[in-house]
Design a protein around this ligand. Structure first.
Ligand SMILES: [Ca+2]
Ligand SMILES: [Ca+2]
Ligand SMILES: [Ca+2]
Length: 525
């Protein structure tokens, strides 16, 4: 309601996709995924809204219930769906969005855009120039294969994306002025080293499932992490939030995995804290007694509900939730602030060799198979949620974000409300003239553009007293949704009528708002 009746809505098509075709190596593994005619996932075979598709809109655009309001212009009658948004953390709130089937005249973006994703491959067009095989030596200390200059921009942040699996830039826009780039790399490592990392993933084979930009959200979905042939990452970018879903699909033997942001020197002076160490420490490249690093090359730090990096430029709150049935699963976290002397692999190639506020999630398991194409497979999916929040956030602010992640907003279509009738008058037939003292029959069309039958419909004309008079009103007992009816109304001109005569028509009903129509009739002697 803050934004008026029309809000941005995005429909993201999903279909069962052959992941082998996606990365151009023949038939492989079928799974439901985002559809994209710009990749080898292809368009959704069902171009209409079907059960697998997703509808996205912003909860902030929801308003109060409006059951008594007529359908807006540009929608098909009878398609009103009432979606109730409930917040488990604020049960009193009563937020509603109405969705309609467009008649084709409406822009789903409603003239606005919350996020802009520019997928820009250096080599050119994706389908014809992407190297789906990557480079032979994935472990070389060299840049990613298939380099990009892709960006995601919203009012709250800008990120730069260098390749599949590699995000190497983050500018916060939530403070007084945009920050410098505070990110060295958004990294991932197997067994805490560079034998397999986001850099080797990006240098190996793979491909994109989907690249979707706005208006409500952007989607970047891709597969291929070295021998994790169908390991998948979907990043979904919103105005102030990023959801990163990683689905591990790899042979046995992968037992320790970390996913962390390695910040740049531009983050010096910011505070890092997490739910295990809420007092926080200063990011400055100097190790922090406040967050001890346990001895041993693979020992993990405690599992955390949330992490926060905050300063004058803004706040980044991150939660990671793991869904797995792997035996021996043990959650943990990772934090290092070691400047020029990191005790863990930096895996350069594109990044620097410095550690500033390096922080994220780490986990351990038996390392059993998670690739369904290799027989019986366990499941491991990570959902990392990142919020881009105002400057100088507190531990309580971060805790509230974690609560929101664990008790998310719910949207439910609770009723189909047909909506009231919507009456519209318009003139029909050729334009008539009238003589002083004469009478004519004027013709009008009454339409019901609403979704329910209008009852007790009456159409009347009014003529200014000196100019003449109108004949009796016309009644229509019932006018069905979508129906129209012609009516004739007599207009009489007085002998002294000047030209033109201004006639006002009005249609009313027992159960609809009135509509009015003004028409001028020329008087000719
Ligand atoms: Ca569809
Ligand atoms: Ca420090
Ligand atoms: Ca670094």
């Amino acid at each position: 309601e803050q934004h008026g009746p029309h809000l941005p809505v995005q429909v993201d098509e999903r279909a069962v996709v052959d992941y082998g075709v996606v990365r151009q190596q023949g038939n492989g593994f079928d799974h439901e995924a985002y559809a994209d005619p710009g990749t080898f996932a292809g368009a959704d075979p069902d171009p209409t809204l079907d059960g697998g598709d997703e509808i996205a809109f912003m909860a902030k655009d929801a308003g109060a219930p409006a059951a008594d309001r007529p359908d807006p212009a540009g929608v098909e009658p009878g398609t009103r769906a009432r979606v109730e948004i409930s917040d488990p953390l604020d049960p009193e709130a009563d937020h509603v969005v109405y969705l309609f089937r467009s008649d084709g005249s409406l822009d789903p973006a409603a003239g606005r855009s919350y996020v802009d994703y520019d997928f820009a491959l250096d080599s050119g067009a994706y389908k014809s120039t992407y190297d789906f095989n990557g480079v032979p030596n994935v472990e070389a200390d060299a840049p990613p294969a298939n380099p990009e200059g892709s960006t995601v921009t919203t009012p709250a942040y800008t990120q730069s994306l260098l390749s599949r699996w590699v995000t190497d830039g983050l500018t916060l826009r939530t403070g007084a002025a945009p920050s410098a780039d505070i990110l060295d790399g958004d990294k991932a490592q197997v067994g805490r080293g560079c034998l397999r990392s986001e850099l080797t993933f990006s240098r190996g084979g793979g491909g994109f499932i989907a690249n979707v930009s706005g208006p409500v959200r952007a989607i970047r979905s891709q597969i291929g992490a070295n021998s994790g042939t169908y390991t998948q990452r979907d990043d979904v970018f919103y105005e102030r939030r990023q959801d990163t879903f990683t689905h591990l699909r790899v042979h046995a033997g992968i037992s320790q995995i970390s996913q962390f942001r390695d910040y740049s020197a531009n983050a010096i002076g910011m505070t890092y804290r997490n739910s295990a160490y809420p007092a926080g420490v200063t990011i400055d490249g100097v190790p922090d007694a406040g967050i001890p690093v346990p001895p041993g090359s693979t020992a993990m730090q405690p599992a955390v509900d949330w992490e926060q990096v905050t300063g004058a430029a803004g706040s980044i709150v991150t939660t990671t939730r793991i869904d797995t049935n792997l035996p021996g699963y043990t959650p943990g976290s990772f934090y290092r602030d070691q400047g020029a002397s990191p005790t863990f692999g930096q895996c350069g190639g594109y990044a620097d060799y410095l550690s500033y506020g390096t922080s994220g999630n780490e986990l351990r398991s038996s390392g059993a198979n998670t690739d369904p194409t290799l027989g019986s497979a366990y499941r491991l999916s990570a959902a990392r949620t990142t919020f881009f929040d105002p400057p100088n956030g507190s531990a309580a602010d971060a805790g509230r974000r974690a609560d929101q992640v664990d008790a998310p907003l719910e949207a439910a279509v609770v009723a189909e409300e047909p909506g009231p009738p919507l009456l519209r008058l318009r003139p029909t037939g050729r334009k008539r003239r009238i003589e002083p003292g004469g009478r004519i029959r004027t013709r009008l069309l009454v339409r019901n553009r609403g979704a329910t039958t209008a009852t007790g419909v009456e159409v009347c004309a009014r003529v200014p007293e000196r100019a003449g008079s109108a004949g009796r009103c016309r009644s229509i007992d019932a006018l069905r949704a979508g129906a129209s009816k012609r009516v004739g109304l007599v207009i009489v001109a007085s002998g002294q009528a000047g030209s033109p005569i201004r006639v006002t028509y009005r249609v009313t009903a027992e159960n609809a708002e009135r509509d009015r129509l003004a028409v001028t009739i020329r008087v000719e002697r």
